[in-house]
Design a protein around this ligand. Structure first.
Ligand code: NAP
Length: 256
């Protein structure tokens, strides 16, 4: 897909992988629509990109609010076409065993990672199809493909996101929309682990302790940008990307 004149919507663009993806897609020539709940963050990002001569528009959006998502989709009618949707909003809450996990954490993870992706994908699919050359990208995780102790709530939610992507690809084959899933392993972003541990920065730091080079938000954004900019007939179904120091979700080399 060539970027000139094309619109890419990115959810969860206020930090980490979403913000890095917005920057890279804007550099690649896309007009990026950056969305997240924190309005100040996405407005600052859009202003930064616009000041650099790129095209960016901010729109405050909670992906779990279906009415708000539908209103957002209606707003997009003012653009000639919508070509790319990056479903990135999501994350983990808690790392408790199944025996003691908090159902409220599990519910919120399902709401954000699965239903949020469903809401935005359903709302934008007609426009992506009408564009004649659409891409839906789901940012799942290696947690969407195998489990680890203490991860069940997040693992279950990301399996849901993976299944959504895989099923949608089956259902819309023959339409001009491709479905890409990117599944990263350990990525050191500013907020992911701190959010997971409800603000406990000490616990968050332990996630990356002794790991020489976890992936960065830019590494994942690079992978996303590569997948999205392949020619339209090329569908990167699933791309798993981990740091060299990580062989599986629970097998990580640490220099301690
Ligand atoms: P992050 O910095 O915490 O980013 C999460 C983003 O999601 C934020 O921009 C947040 O923005 C947004 N978000 C959360 N709930 C939302 C909601 N209800 N509506 C709209 N936006 C919402 O973490 P990250 O590391 O960049 O993670 C980005 C994605 O990659 C997530 O889906 C995560 O599960 C996935 N992932 C991360 C890793 C990792 O190790 N870091 C590995 C594999 C996959 P607001 O709070 O402003 O709404």
């Amino acid at each position: 897909m060539t970027a000139a004149g094309t619109i890419a919507v990115i959810t969860g663009a206020s930090s980490g992988i979403g913000a890095a993806t917005a920057r890279q897609l804007a550099t690649a020539g896309y007009h990026v629509i950056v969305t997240a709940r924190r309005k100040d963050r996405i407005e600052a990002l859009a202003a930064e990109l616009t000041a650099a001569g790129q095209r960016a528009t901010a729109y405050a959006l909670d992906v779990t609010d279906r009415a708000a998502v539908n209103a957002f989709a209606a707003e997009l009618d003012r653009f000639p076409s919508v070509n790319v949707l990056i479903n990135n909003a999501g994350g983990a809450l808690g790392a408790d065993p199944v025996a003691t996990g908090d159902p409220a954490d599990w519910r919120q993870m399902y709401e954000t990672n699965v239903l949020g992706t469903l809401n935005v994908t359903q709302a934008l699919l007609p426009a992506l199809t009408a564009s004649g050359d659409g891409t839906v990208l789901v940012l799942s995780s290696t947690a969407g493909h195998s489990t680890y102790e203490g991860g069940a709530g997040y693992v279950a939610a990301k399996h849901g996101a993976h299944v959504l992507a895989e099923t949608l690809r089956l259902e819309i084959v023959g339409t001009p929309v491709r479905v890409i899933e990117i599944a990263p392993g350990m990525v050191k972003t500013d907020e992911f682990a701190t959010t997971r541990f409800h603000g406990d920065t000490e616990k968050a730091a332990k996630v990356y302790a002794g790991v020489a080079e976890p992936l960065t938000a830019d590494d994942v954004a690079d992978t996303i940008t590569w997948a999205v900019t392949r020619p339209s007939h090329v569908n990167i179904d699933l791309l798993v990307v981990r740091p060299r120091a990580q062989a599986s979700n629970s097998k990580v080399y640490r220099e301690l």
